[in-house]
Design a binder for this molecule. Structure first.
Ligand code: CDP
Ligand code: ZN
Length: 158
């Protein structure tokens, strides 16, 4: 038996020194702002994983009202979601993601991100794909006020 999950996330961007994305830090002159490390891609993946098995969402699991979640490592949150998935008898088949960012260029960092995400989820790298799109210079993405990400995941019964 198979099921699919969908995740989406957006974060505000501000002046900064390095963008945390897909579990790695990319050199950039802006950073994502948020309660945790603001890794928009790992947050979208976490919601896709939880949603596929109807196990809740990232905000439910890690409320931003809880001081323990301030500055929390998103890789740890994703790993916890994956543990919950496994405990419910499911495993991930593959995931596919889109990053919406005017800058920086994501393509040069894609393989490192895929490796990192696969390692967090204990998957082969071929099970993880991602790509990026600009905002074509318009709207909050295009004007670099925001960064967003989406993810779909397929799971199957263990
Ligand atoms: O050409 P099109 O309008 O379809 O897409 P785009 O948003 O202009 O992006 C063109 C290509 O640049 C994408 O297919 C990605 O390979 C790459 N890209 C990237 O590496 N990093 C981004 N932040 C945005 C796009
Ligand atoms: Zn987020």
């Amino acid at each position: 038996m198979h099921r699919i999950g969908l995740g989406h996330d957006t974060h505000r961007l501000g002046p900064g020194d390095g963008l945390v994305l897909g579990g790695i830090t990319i050199p950039h002159d802006r950073q994502a702002l948020g309660h945790s490390d603001a890794d928009v891609l790992l947050h979208a993946i976490t919601d896709a994983v939880l949603g596929a098995a109807a196990l809740g969402d990232i905000g439910e699991m890690f409320p931003d009202t809880d001081p323990a979640n301030k500055g929390r490592d998103s890789a740890g949150m994703l790993a916890a979601a994956a543990d919950r998935l496994a405990a419910a008898g499911w495993r991930i088949v593959n995931l596919d993601c889109v990053i919406f960012a005017q800058r920086p260029k994501i393509l040069p960092h894609r393989e490192r991100m895929r490796e990192r995400i696969a390692a967090i989820l204990d998957l082969g790298i071929e099970a993880v794909w991602l790509k990026a799109k600009t905002g074509e210079g318009v709207g909050p993405i295009g004007s670099e006020q925001a960064i967003a990400a989406e993810c779909v995941v397929l799971i199957e019964r263990n």
